[in-house]
Design a protein around this ligand. Structure first.
Ligand code: CAA
Length: 261
């Protein structure tokens, strides 16, 4: 992996950790950071050593406190559209990664930070994390997917309440509305993310990859089309070595040794 100005990256035992690293600005997303996220993900996509990816923020205070306001303050509509498109491209790349992604939310998760977390497959939060879409307080609307991904996660009413009030909510509240899957004590955050990553890695890699794909693809289809699509994907898994091994291992009362083929 090449080195980045605003990101750190590490791979240990199959788990990649991508850290947004601008702690002095509470990891605010400027255009350089957004572009670097896109580049890093393109590398991670083809990195067979990365089975699961964890995304987190540097320092104790913030996951990401939003888009960089100091960069946006003098921006015109053209510049804003370009920044939004850059973020959309990077965040769509997260969704299209074959690996499962886990956001480990270690602190403030606001604006573009919430939008980044909502592009990940699973969110684990520190009990001290705070979530919100404060954009309307700055005179703008969320522009990195917040009006759409948050709405799909929590429904229109909650999304409108969060976005229109701009109020911060706790990790526990975020969990109660389905915007966060797990909440743990701050010092347990990475352990919890790694525990989930390891549980995923025990399973058939092709099946895990396909499950992510079919869930995401099906979410944008009508139910009949989506379940037909599921049938196709389900049938395809029966053409894999992993299916033979997984079922044989069950019958032989042993742990499966998946080859990912
Ligand atoms: N952009 C740029 N700099 C930021 C930032 C941001 N989003 N958030 C924090 N910072 C900077 C602060 O300016 C400050 O820098 P200095 O030390 O140079 O003054 C430093 O990070 C520490 O922040 P604070 O002193 O403000 O820390 P605090 O503990 O008092 O408050 C906070 C923490 C409540 C998170 C507060 O920093 C805050 O409200 N930040 C902005 C949150 C926000 O509005 N985010 C949405 C941005 S718009 C957006 O994201 C649009 C979109 O849809 C993508």
């Amino acid at each position: 992996m090449k080195s980045y100005n605003n990101l750190l990256f590490d791979v240990t035992d199959g788990i990649g950790t991508l850290t947004i690293n601008r702690p002095k600005s509470l990891n605010a997303l400027n255009s350089e950071t957004l572009a670097e996220i896109g580049e890093a993900l393109a590398e991670i996509k083809d990195n067979a050593d990365v089975k699961v990816l964890v995304i987190t923020g540097s320092g104790e205070k913030a996951f990401v406190a939003g888009a960089d306001i100091s960069q946006m303050v003098s921006m015109n509509s053209l510049g804003a559209a370009a920044l939004s498109e850059l973020a959309h491209n990077s965040f769509k790349t997260i969704e299209s990664l074959p690996q499962i992604t886990i956001a480990a939310v270690n602190g403030y998760c606001l604006g573009g930070g919430f939008e980044l977390a909502n592009s990940c497959d699973i969110r684990v939060a520190s009990s001290k994390a705070k979530f919100g879409q404060p954009e309307v307080g700055l005179g703008i609307v969320p522009g990195f997917g917040g009006t759409q991904r948050l709405t799909r996660l929590v429904g229109r009413g909650k999304a409108k309440e969060i976005i229109a009030t701009g109020a911060q909510i706790t990790a526990q509240e975020a969990q109660s509305i389905g915007a966060v899957e797990e909440v743990v004590e701050p010092d347990q955050l990475m352990d919890k993310a790694l525990e989930i990553a390891k549980a995923i890695m025990k399973n058939g890699p092709v099946a895990v990859r396909m499950a992510k794909y079919v869930i995401d693809k099906g979410a944008d289809l009508d139910l009949n089309t989506a379940i037909s699509f599921e049938t196709q994907m389900w049938a395809q898994t029966f053409a894999t070595k992993d299916q033979k091994e997984g079922m044989q291992a069950f019958l032989e009362k042993r742990h499966a040794k998946f080859s990912g083929e």
